[in-house]
Design a protein around this ligand. Structure first.
Ligand SMILES: [Zn+2]
Length: 265
């Protein structure tokens, strides 16, 4: 639905908007609109339950507060390059410690670490990455999920136990950097003064991060009928293009074109 009309006359912080709209925290209604201090609200909460919840009941409205001073795309790009350089240089240092000779992985220290030693090493690594990126998250969890993930609701990064025991440090460090970048995107959308990100990019990320209406394309299962198309939607959406670019994974050679490149253009 287009709820712009609901927003006329409302302004100020989210709590003001919620009051104006007669909303409460656990109910939902989608609103697209713009008002004084915010770009738009993707999903809102309606006391009358006007919009159905999804099965997971995890719809999340995102709104993107305007920064008092916009950051230019050039400033954003310069900052991203410097931050990426710092993080990847640290990653390379740790690869040297854990063994980076691809031709002889079996003698690399990492190969002989126990699962607990790997977990401890990655916790130290993740905390150093979070500090370099000025992120307000303190650690990572290990569980049964596939690969890795970042949950914007709990602000947790998880790595699967399968990855921990079966993957070499290369894949794991890059997964942590990738998921940390998703945390960075989320913080940038909600807090304009925290990171050096332009309003245009924050708007694109906020739109992609909103889970209602569902704007995020999940990584498809390989048996999906439109697998190639779904995979393209996954890689080319703004927050994935940015996270892969930040970790140094080049998507252009695969023939993809981003919906929005963030600063990687
Ligand atoms: Zn991702």
């Amino acid at each position: 639905m287009d709820g712009s009309a609901f927003l006329s006359g409302s302004k100020g912080a989210d709590s003001n908007a919620a009051n104006t709209l007669n909303l409460s925290a656990n109910e939902i209604v989608a609103i697209h609109g713009t008002y004084e201090n915010y770009y738009y609200i993707r999903t809102f909460v309606d006391k009358n339950g006007m919009v159905e919840r999804d099965a997971s009941n995890k719809q999340r409205w995102m709104f993107v507060p305007k920064s008092a001073v916009d950051v230019s795309r050039a400033e954003e790009r310069a900052h991203d390059r410097a931050l990426q350089k710092k993080v990847l240089a640290y990653r390379d240092t740790m690869w040297d410690v854990w063994g980076r000779n691809n031709s002889n992985l079996s003698t690399a220290p990492w190969y002989n670490y126990t699962a607990t030693q790997r977990q401890q090493a990655l916790e130290v690594f993740a905390e150093a990455v979070f500090a370099k990126m000025n992120l307000s998250i303190s650690g990572i969890g290990f569980d049964a999920v596939d690969g890795g993930g970042y949950d914007p609701d709990t602000r947790e990064i998880t790595i699967s136990n399968f990855s921990l025991t079966n993957f070499f440090s290369y894949e794991l460090t890059d997964t942590i950097i990738h998921e940390a970048r998703h945390a960075y995107q989320h913080e940038a959308v909600l807090n304009p003064s925290k990171h050096i990100v332009s309003q245009q990019t924050r708007q694109q990320w906020g739109n992609n991060l909103a889970s209602f209406p569902a704007n995020y394309h999940e990584y498809p299962i390989i048996s999906a009928p439109n697998y190639a198309k779904l995979l393209e939607l996954y890689y080319t959406q703004p927050i994935e293009w940015d996270a892969y670019s930040f970790e140094g994974y080049e998507l252009d050679p695969l023939g993809y074109k981003p919906v929005y490149p963030s600063s990687w253009d």
